[in-house]
Design a protein around this ligand. Structure first.
Ligand SMILES: [Fe+2]
Length: 479
């Protein structure tokens, strides 16, 4: 059944990423002073912002979760009250399609058309959000233009060009070092070297460093990490076949178990010649929790997929390959690299299937003890977050809150309370969806007692489709 606030064309497209928790909505919303069950803490001051796909026009080829037009949802907390806004990211691609009144680009399932403007896929900026230099930056996982939004109104502020010096695209998952204010990013090239470019943007929004990085070929890492003095570049043996992409217009990703996973440690403003590569067991990682330095060691904790192979299941019909495209089997894992001796160590911290992991993002680059993850059931058909899991990285122990039947979660950032002391002194905020009732709520958990369930729930006046990345932005950066 198609929800009443979904685009009418979705009724004729039988694709699970266009219905249920994934179904797009037709409207942008502004809502002031939402109805709350329980009590919103007075010391919760700031905004939960989340990016995600919200497809506007009927797709021209099989639709995938990654394809939808970027829409940002903001939940604004101050004085014990809560406002909500949602706005599309005003990308060039969406503007072109609005002018023509139809979809122009195919989606990630292909086939692609290299004659399309700008890129064979639409740069939707639908993946990630980060606050930097007074703006929210919306970015895309296949590397595109960073689009700037007003953190309070979510109004379009145009494209980021970092002082007119940006000459490349930017991948999703740039990291902000809250001690220096720097934004650290990478981007990828699919056909020609340099296959990776690494860069640093100053606190004031000016590009101050950029260097090409040598890779053995085109690669598909999803993010990078920072420590106090270094950045960590990723090279996993799970990447697309360039010749297939070029000749046939499909992005076919393969896992080469004969190659290692590699992390490249580069001084914050270092060059390609200064990168030290460390080798580990083959696999893939979408998202790391954090990285930090311990003496000569660099430690990285993240959600490791030892076998990212796409396994097509029988009996699910023509959408089988699409549904198999995002089968996440990830566990919390630790990697250690010694910069003095070259020694390495790695091992699991737990075996639960978790992803969309966040520490207190103000602490990216320094040692963190806690992180907040989404639990993914092994038997899920589409991506579906079914529990909030809090990890203690000192001993790998976890506490969890299983979402009630019918409720589905979003990435859940930590929000420090005003004047907080202690790493988990604050709240965890998330967006929840109820499919049967076609509605959404914002839930607030006490970070030290997430297993007890939400301490406050606010009713949203609209459904919010499932999304990608969320961040907490402190109030003094917004209001
Ligand atoms: Fe991501």
């Amino acid at each position: 059944m198609t929800a009443a606030d979904a685009p009418t064309w979705t009724a004729r497209v039988g694709n699970p990423y266009l219905h249920g928790i994934h179904g797009p909505v037709v409207h942008e919303t502004t809502a002031i002073d939402l109805e709350v069950e329980g009590e919103l803490p007075a010391d919760l001051y700031g905004a939960y912002v989340r990016n995600g796909p919200n497809q506007v026009y009927e797709p021209t080829n099989p639709y995938h979760w990654f394809d939808g037009d970027g829409m940002v949802h903001g939940l604004y907390f101050r004085d014990g009250r809560l406002d909500y806004r949602s706005r599309f990211v005003r990308t060039d691609g969406l503007a072109d399609e609005v002018r023509q009144g139809r979809a122009i680009w195919p989606g990630v399932m292909g086939p692609f058309d290299f004659e399309k403007p700008r890129h064979y896929l639409k740069d939707t900026a639908n993946t990630d959000l980060v606050w930097h230099d007074g703006h929210l930056l919306a970015t895309w996982y296949l590397c595109g233009t960073p689009y700037r939004l007003d953190p309070l109104t979510l109004d379009d502020r145009g494209k980021a060009d970092f002082g007119g010096k940006l000459t490349t695209t930017v991948s999703a998952h740039p990291k902000v070092d809250e001690r220096t204010g720097e934004l650290v990013y990478f981007t990828l090239a699919e056909f020609e070297p340099p296959y990776m470019t690494y860069g640093v943007v100053s606190k004031d929004g000016e590009l101050v460093h950029q260097t090409p990085i040598d890779l053995p070929g085109a690669r598909d890492p999803h993010e990078l990490n920072i420590t106090e003095h270094y950045s960590i570049l990723h090279d996993f043996p799970f990447f697309h076949d360039v010749e297939v992409l070029r000749k046939h217009g499909y992005r076919v990703t393969r896992f080469d178990r004969s190659l290692p996973s590699r992390f490249g440690v580069i001084p914050r403003r270092g060059t390609n010649e200064q990168v030290r590569w460390f080798e580990f067991e083959p696999g893939y990682v979408l998202h790391m929790v954090n990285a930090w330095e311990e003496g000569d060691w660099i430690v990285i904790d993240g959600c490791f997929q030892p076998d990212p192979t796409i396994v097509a299941e029988r009996g699910k019909g023509p959408l089988t390959s699409m549904l198999a495209y995002l089968r996440v089997r990830a566990h919390l894992h630790r990697w250690r690299m010694n910069l003095e001796t070259g020694e390495t160590w790695e091992g699991p911290l737990d075996d639960l299937n978790v992803e969309f992991c966040l520490p207190d993002t103000n602490l990216y680059g320094v040692k963190t003890r806690y992180s907040y993850h989404q639990y993914l059931p092994e038997d899920m058909v589409t991506v579906d977050f079914r529990a909030l899991v809090k990890y203690d990285h000192e001993d790998g122990s976890a506490v969890r809150y299983d979402y009630p039947d019918g409720w589905h979660g979003s990435e859940s950032p930590f929000a420090p309370r005003l004047g907080a002391t202690g790493e988990d002194g604050g709240y965890v905020v998330t967006l929840m969806m109820n499919v049967a009732e076609a509605r959404s709520e914002c839930w607030v958990f006490a970070a030290q007692q997430i297993e007890k369930g939400p301490i406050a729930k606010a009713k949203l006046p609209t459904r919010v489709p499932s999304g990608f990345h969320a961040r907490w932005v402190p109030g003094d950066r917004i209001f």
